[in-house]
Ligand binder design. Structure first.
Ligand SMILES: Cc1cc2nc3c(=O)[nH]c(=O)nc-3n(C[C@H](O)[C@H](O)[C@H](O)COP(=O)(O)OP(=O)(O)OC[C@H]3O[C@@H](n4cnc5c(N)ncnc54)[C@H](O)[C@@H]3O)c2cc1C
Length: 393
């Protein structure tokens, strides 16, 4: 039996940052990180961007921490294996490779996985879900053979993948059941502008259409829509959202309908067990309410804080303004604040035509969010400050 002071489950950016946070405050404690993927933690966000588009896959750019980083920080790694049993009472984890680890403190950082829509043909060849470097390598390969692709969804991942594939000169169609792209985040002027921008870049838009199923014997041939259309396609990317990887702790207090519930210190109701990143359902001390974010900076910052808190030498609250960025064609969009409700008023500075603007989203008189298009990092930081000030935080 292996005994460890700290066990980190999941080796994405959340898990990697937990290790960093622990080591900053505890130089000697024993740590093991377990990760399902074969690669050490990498920049997942690149997969729908440069990683797809560049001639040879930029593997060097992808690395966040390599094995040497873990070795030099005296952190033991178990990559390409999973934690398959997690006994909360006995503080014991059983790994897919047969090892058992008894731990004092643990952090859940298992992230999320693509939602598989409940329709026929979701497992056919050439129907791709983009989450891991293996998925991205497969997509690159298929995109070099197939010249037509259907992207299903109109969220962040769908928009990024569609833009990249179009930049790679593929014939791209997007199927999106809502009225405009990024409808979960954008207002009713910016959303249609973006949708039109995609159409102008030669992407065929099937707006208001939903997926009914995939057809083909072993490999995709056609895509059926709910309205009865049948669209020929050699390749499909399904980007219909991500759900938290909570199977390991299902039916325990560590798993809830919206993620793994944690306190403002990122600790679950089981003392000494923390959760971060895509699966943490946390109280938002800035915007109010409780939320789960599926974005890079959130996982990174939460990992660092949870790691520090796990050592018992620090007690830091997670209180960051919700924030993420995305890139599509020549647009870099930054989202600062809470975009979960349609604004009642939008104050737009700049123009869509110049592709450079800043839009303040209000609920009544209250500023709730700021959208920035092609603005500098400095402007993003001042938007965060402005929002904090407006909220009196
Ligand atoms: C293609 C793509 C592009 C993106 N682009 C952006 C972007 O531009 N901006 C942005 O803000 N965000 C972006 N994101 C989202 C961002 O990457 C995630 O929010 C972030 O990776 C979450 O980090 P995490 O560590 O919580 O989870 P993950 O990155 O999902 O890592 C979790 C890891 O845990 C492993 N795991 C799961 N179960 C177990 C188990 N039982 N045992 C061991 N290991 C396990 C998983 O295999 C995975 O390796 C993008 C995501 C994707 C897929």
């Amino acid at each position: 039996m292996i005994q460890r002071d700290y066990l980190v489950i999941g080796s994405g950016i959340g898990g990697a940052s937990v290790c960093e946070g622990v080591r900053k405050h505890d130089k000697r404690g024993t740590i093991t990180i377990v990760g399902a993927e074969i690669m050490p933690p990498y920049n997942r966000w690149l997969l729908s961007k440069d990683f797809l588009r560049e001639k040879t896959p930029p593997l060097k750019k992808l690395a966040h921490f390599d094995q040497r980083w873990f070795d030099s920080h005296k952190i033991e790694t178990r990559f390409a294996t999973i934690v398959k049993q997690f006994n909360i009472e006995r503080r014991l984890a059983v790994l897919g490779n047969g090892e058992s680890i008894e731990f004092t403190k643990a952090c859940l950082a298992m992230g999320s996985r693509p939602v598989r829509p409940p329709v026929a043909g979701v497992n056919l060849g050439n129907v791709i879900y983009l989450r891991t470097v293996r998925d991205a390598l497969a997509l690159r390969e298929m995109a070099s053979i197939e010249r037509t692709v259907m992207v299903i969804g109109g969220g962040l991942l769908a928009c990024e993948a569609a833009a990249s594939l179009r930049m790679m000169k593929l014939k791209v169609t997007m199927m999106h059941r809502n009225a405009y792209l990024l409808n979960r985040y954008l207002d009713s002027q910016t959303g249609p502008w973006l949708t039109d921008y995609y159409a102008k870049h030669g992407i065929t838009m099937l707006i208001g259409e939903s997926l009914n199923g995939f057809e083909g014997k072993t490999v995709l041939r056609n895509i059926q829509t709910k309205s009865g259309n049948r669209v020929p396609a050699g390749l499909a990317i399904v980007a219909c959202g991500a759900e938290p990887n909570l199977d390991l702790v299902r039916n325990t207090p560590l798993s809830g309908p919206h993620g793994s519930p944690v306190t403002e210190y990122l600790e679950t109701e089981e003392k000494g067990i923390f959760a971060v990143g895509d699966l943490a359902f946390y109280p938002d001390r800035i915007m109010g309410g409780v939320r789960r974010q599926t974005h890079w900076e959130n996982a990174r910052a939460q990992g660092l804080i949870a790691g520090a808190n796990m050592t018992g030498k620090k007690r830091i609250r997670y209180e960051q303004v919700p924030y993420f960025w995305t890139e599509m064609f020549d647009l870099r969009l930054h989202f600062v604040g809470d975009f979960s409700m349609q604004p009642t008023r939008v104050d737009l500075r700049g123009t869509y035509a110049k592709k450079k603007f800043l839009a303040r989203y209000y609920q009544g008189e209250k500023l709730r969010a700021i959208l920035l298009c092609n603005q500098t990092e400095r402007e993003v930081e001042s938007a965060k400050k402005e929002l904090r000030q407006a909220l009196g935080k």
